[in-house]
Design a binder for this molecule. Structure first.
Ligand SMILES: [Zn+2]
Length: 316
């Protein structure tokens, strides 16, 4: 690897947490019944209103890897609700049949038991709570061993520029649109070999592995069409110092996807896109030493492993 590549790799090691995608319609593996008592049995003949089913919490999985995500859905006559998981709070977003949230596990969230708590309000005003137990599993991160001099890291990029770029991305990934924009399975944005997994660590000059690669690198020739992983709205089309030409798509409910190092843009900010629509062409812009796509998914500002949205390991 040339020095520039090493530096690029290091600069892209951002301890971000969040994101996820799926291959198929969410199929709950586990159902947790609400603690509510069943409605009373009618005691007279005559017409009585059909009782509404009690709220239920459905989870795509209860075992989730670091940098994975759980799709939590709550059915029932809910008006609103929040989910608390790993010390973070998520708004429930209205989906087709239920309210939902993608619960993200960060690269640095500790393995072990993790409770899921839903606080909800029914449309009739009554409030309640649903709980479930999940387990965070340890991800075995890949490690890239690099050798380079301190001079090589300090001369290529202005730290202020890098800080400004990181802030812009953090602000964009913090967007929450209270509307489900995605629909159906999540797609790979390009077809190619994965050259660096999300969460990959770097061991510099024989040191301890540290940091986590914030996205998935897929090697493809320059000019390869890059498609939207799912339906959404384009919220950022920008030339950046490190990530080069980058597009971010908002899928609603706090979930966004990012596509970096592009050679060409095919969409503009504010444009709505369907899954599979071409966003731009892959390239080698920014701090990159070979044509590839750097693909990110973020949920509530936490970068998560985008590949887990397409390989079924998140249970959706
Ligand atoms: Zn990358």
């Amino acid at each position: 690897m040339r020095p520039q590549a090493l530096v690029a790799a290091l600069l892209l090691v951002v301890p971000l947490v969040a994101g996820c995608s799926s291959n198929s319609a969410p199929v709950p593996l586990v159902t947790y019944s609400s603690p509510y008592a069943p409605p009373p049995t009618p005691t007279s003949m005559g017409p009585s209103p059909t009782p509404l089913p009690p709220p239920e919490l459905l989870l795509s999985a209860t075992d989730v890897y670091q940098a994975g995500a759980i799709l939590a859905s709550v059915t029932g006559d809910l008006g609103s609700g929040t989910v608390t998981f790993l010390g973070r709070k998520y708004q429930l977003t209205k989906g087709a049949q239920s309210l939902y949230a993608f619960l993200s596990v960060g690269t640095e969230d500790p393995p072990g038991p993790a409770a899921i708590k839903v606080d909800f309000a029914l449309k009739n005003g009554s409030k309640g709570t649903l709980t479930a137990d999940a387990t965070v599993l340890k991800t075995q991160w890949t490690v890239d061993a690099l050798d380079f001099t301190e001079e090589q890291t300090s001369t290529l990029l202005d730290p202020k520029l890098v800080a400004a770029e990181n802030k812009l991305l953090a602000d964009t990934y913090a967007l929450y649109t209270p509307e489900k924009l995605w629909s159906g399975p999540w797609q790979l944005p390009v077809q190619g070999a994965v050259t660096a997994r999300m969460g990959e660590q770097r061991a510099v000059n024989g040191g301890q592995p540290s940091g986590h690669h914030g996205g998935t690198d897929i090697g493809v020739p320059e000019g390869t069409p890059v498609i939207a992983t799912n339906r959404g709205k384009v919220v950022m089309v920008k030339q950046l110092a490190v990530r080069g030409n980058m597009i971010i798509v908002d899928h609603g409910g706090g979930l966004l996807s990012g596509y970096a190092h592009l050679s060409q843009f095919s969409v503009t900010e504010g444009q709505e896109v369907d899954a599979g629509d071409v966003l731009g062409l892959s390239g080698n812009t920014g701090l990159s030493t070979g044509a590839h796509l750097h693909w990110e998914i973020s949920s509530y500002g936490i970068l998560v492993d985008a590949l887990r949205f397409t390989d079924g390991t998140n249970g959706f």
